[in-house]
Structure formats: structure tokens, C-alpha cells
Design a protein around this ligand. Structure first.
Ligand code: SAM
Length: 411
């Protein structure tokens, strides 16, 4: 086990630097396909003469694949879910709304609500995972706000989306645990003051060492929150449900930590497959395990767009308390996109008095034009490019509360 504490003085983004604005390279065939797809369109827009050159597109045409495949984003709506595949046009809706390329790392980070001074490090393949697997900070902020601010530990911390939101809601994340070095590099660069521990939670002795480190850091102080998003592949709707998948058992390592560290609250984030697959058996098992170790668990399914994230993303949050009773779910500020008519998100908005969700255009329209496969991990940014309140907030010019107030005034 190796420990790394970030004591470096991070240069905050002084609104003249833009990080990670790099898009994935496309093959010549992909470029041809991308060119034929209109905003809001998908593989159905690809002409037969071009489609015939791709076995995958022909397969999708014959079997009727998802309408999100080879999707081009619409500027006037939130994006579809940003997963780890935004380097490929065929695995989701990742084509830029106006340029013939895939969204860049920074654009994906904006759609996940990471502020612009959040810098992603490591290999490109890791960065797709860092961004696509993260809890959107604004969603984490909403959940963090349910619990009185205190000391937190983030396990399976990844690049730190969850921690970023918890910090913004007033918590102090003292320790993060993560096994992947590139994830830790990004986490460390963005969370000054948090001790980032290299730990494999599948190994019993490493769990015990991790617990000892946390106890030593706490030095008798109360741990308010143990939070984490154990790997979700075993539960994922996109993947095959596998009860024997050992990755599902990583969640059990969290219970071991809960038993030893006795936090006031436990927060577990996961994909919606947790409550759907196998009639919710995995969710039930987690809830009953938490009850067995003396906690009162409850769960919410939240839609990211309702909390200011410019993205349709559904996630399950289990929150368990040692003492309190029922916690109200966080209050949504933006309308939801409903599931009913999946092909036309515009017609799905709830007819309520909340603000419209933040759109892709509001999220990324200021970012400079780049060609497919190009861009730069550090380039100049001109403050005059800002076109929306969300961009102002992402650039750090206004606080979240100011952003909300401005949106309310203008809606
Ligand atoms: C879903 S991601 C977490 C995302 C994170 N909560 C965020 O908001 O950015 C799960 C993380 O668990 C890490 N992980 C997987 N298996 C692990 C293990 N055995 N020990 C420690 N970390 C592990 C992965 O490397 C990945 O970064």
C-alpha cells in the first residue's frame, strides 16, 4: 500500500487556460458517417452507400439497434448519458452538435458538471473512464447537502467526481482510496489536502491497513460519512447481469469498513440496474446488510438533469444513517426528462414550474472549434467566449447559488 498526499500548490484556472480540450481520432469511414448525421439524428441518417462499408452499422440496421447509437447531440437539450465510450461514435450519442467530430474530454467533463479547473491526467484510455464513470459533481453536491457537513472518506474514489460534489456541499474529504494510478493522479491534482491511498479493496489485508490509516487520520474525531461507488459492471444495464461477478462483492468490502469505522452516514452510489436486474435482489441484499450492521438505509433514484447537470443520467444512491430517521431526497431545481417517449426528449419534460434543464449548447457552445483527433490538453481560453450562466459557473466566475439565481431570473 502506498500513500500520496497532495501538498502541491495547484494553480487555479485563472480563466485563461482551458484543459483537456482534445477529441478522439476518427477513421475516414467514421468521418463520412458522422457528416451525414444531423443534430438529434443517429445511425438511421447514414446513407446506405456509406453504411454498407461498416459491418456494425449494417448489423444495427438489420436488427434495429438503439436510437442513441451514432447519435449526434442536440444543442437545445441535455445530452444522453456520458459513459466511458465517448471515443467511439457507435456506442452512444457523443457526436458534437455542430462539428464533425466526437466531443472532447473537456466537453464530456462539462456535460458531467466538472468545473473547468478540474484537470484530468493520465492516459487517454484512463481519461475516458475517469470522466464517464464519475458521479456528476452537481449530483454529488445535492446528495452531500442532505447530511450535516463533516469528515468524509471516499472509497473507490476514481477521479473524484463524488468527492468534488461532497466538498462543494461543505464536507471535508480526508482520505480517498483507489487502486488505479491514473485515477489517483487526477484525484491528487484536484483535491489538495486529501490523502490519496493506493489500495485494492478486493484484498482483505489491504482493507484492514486502509481502516488503520483512516483511524489514524481521524485521531478520535467522528467520521461523518463513508461514501463510495464500488464498480458497477456487474449491475450495469449495458453489460450482462452476473450474480457470480466478483466485482459485485467489492461492495462487501464497504460493509467491513462501515463496521470498523462506524461513520454517522454511509453513501453508496450505483447504476439503476441495481434495482432492476434480478427483481432488485442486489439492492435488497445491500439494504439488508446495512440493517444487519445497525444502519437505517434508504435509497433514491435521481436524474442528474434535475440538479443542474446538462445530461440525462439516472443513478441510485443508497444512504444509511446510524441514528436519524427518514431523509427527504434532495430538492430538484430543474425539470426532469421523462422516460415515456425515449426518441424525443423535447416532448418529455415534466409540465411543472421548475426551470428547463441545462442544454448541451449552454454547456459547451463557448469551447473553441477543433478538428477530429485534435485539440490540446492545455490551451488559451478567452473569457469573452462565455455565452451562458452555466459556462460562467464552470469557469469559476460565479458560484452555484449565483448560477441558480441568474437562471431563475432569466427563465
Ligand atoms: C465507478 S468508479 C468511481 C467513480 C467515482 N466515485 C467518481 O465519482 O469519480 C469505480 C472506481 O473503483 C476503482 N476500483 C475498482 N476495483 C477496485 C479495487 N479492487 N480496489 C480499489 N479500487 C477499485 C476503479 O478503478 C474505479 O476508479
Amino acid at each position: 500500500m502506498m500513500m500520496l498526499t497532495n501538498k502541491s500548490q495547484k494553480t487555479r484556472n485563472e480563466s485563461t487556460v482551458l484543459y483537456n480540450h482534445v477529441s478522439a481520432n476518427l477513421s475516414e469511414l467514421d468521418v463520412q458517417m458522422v457528416r451525414s448525421i444531423r443534430p438529434g439524428g443517429n445511425w438511421q441518417d447514414i446513407p446506405l452507400s456509406v453504411a454498407q462499408r461498416s459491418a456494425r452499422v449494417m448489423r444495427i440496421r438489420s436488427t434495429g439497434g438503439r436510437t442513441t447509437y451514432y447519435g449526434r447531440l442536440r444543442p437545445d437539450l441535455p445530452s444522453y448519458t456520458i459513459n466511458t465510450y465517448f471515443n467511439r461514435p457507435g456506442n452512444g450519442t457523443f457526436i458534437h452538435p455542430a462539428q464533425d467530430r466526437l466531443i472532447s474530454f473537456r466537453e464530456a467533463a462539462r456535460l458531467q458538471s466538472f468545473p473547468d479547473d478540474y484537470r484530468f491526467l493520465g492516459s487517454n484510455s484512463s481519461m475516458y473512464k475517469q470522466i464517464g464513470n464519475a458521479v456528476p459533481p452537481l449530483l454529488a453536491r445535492a446528495i452531500g447537502g442532505l447530511v450535516k457537513p463533516g469528515l468524509c472518506v471516499d472509497v473507490f474514489s476514481g477521479a473524484g467526481g463524488l468527492s468534488c460534489g461532497l466538498r462543494e456541499s461543505g464536507h471535508e474529504v480526508i482520505i480517498a482510496g483507489e487502486k488505479e494510478p491514473h485515477m489517483r493522479a487526477t484525484y491528487t491534482a484536484n483535491h489538495e489536502g486529501t490523502t490519496v491511498i493506493d489500495v485494492d479493496f478486493s484484498k482483505a489485508h489491504e482493507i484492514e491497513e486502509f481502516i488503520a490509516q483512516v483511524e489514524s487520520h481521524l485521531g478520535g474525531r467522528t467520521l461523518q460519512l463513508l461514501a463510495g461507488g464500488p464498480p458497477c459492471q456487474g449491475f450495469s444495464m449495458a453489460g450482462k447481469w452476473d450474480k457470480e461477478d466478483p466485482r459485485n462483492n467489492l461492495i462487501l468490502s464497504m460493509f467491513r469498513m462501515v463496521e470498523s469505522l462506524c461513520p454517522e452516514f454511509v453513501l453508496i452510489e450505483n447504476v439503476t440496474g441495481l434495482r432492476i436486474r434480478n427483481k432488485g435482489a442486489a439492492l435488497d441484499r445491500i439494504l439488508s446488510s446495512l440493517r444487519e450492521i445497525g444502519y437505517l438505509p434508504q435509497w433514491f433514484q435521481l436524474g442528474a438533469e434535475e440538479y443542474g447537470v446538462p445530461q440525462r443520467r439516472r443513478r441510485i444512491f443508497i444512504i444509511a444513517s446510524r441514528t436519524s430517521d427518514y431523509l427527504e431526497p434532495p430538492r430538484p431545481m430543474f425539470s426532469a426528462i421523462k422516460d415515456r417517449r425515449r426518441n424525443d426528449p423535447a416532448s418529455q419534460r415534466e409540465d411543472d414550474d421548475r426551470m428547463d434543464p441545462i442544454s448541451v449548447g449552454e454547456a459547451i457552445s463557448d469551447l473553441p472549434e477543433i478538428a477530429s483527433g485534435e485539440g490540446c490538453h492545455e490551451m488559451p481560453y478567452d473569457v469573452q467566449w462565455i455565452q451562458s450562466n452555466y459556462q460562467r459557473f464552470m469557469r469559476g466566475h460565479i458560484t452555484f447559488e449565483e448560477f441558480l439565481r441568474k437562471q431563475v431570473r432569466e427563465s
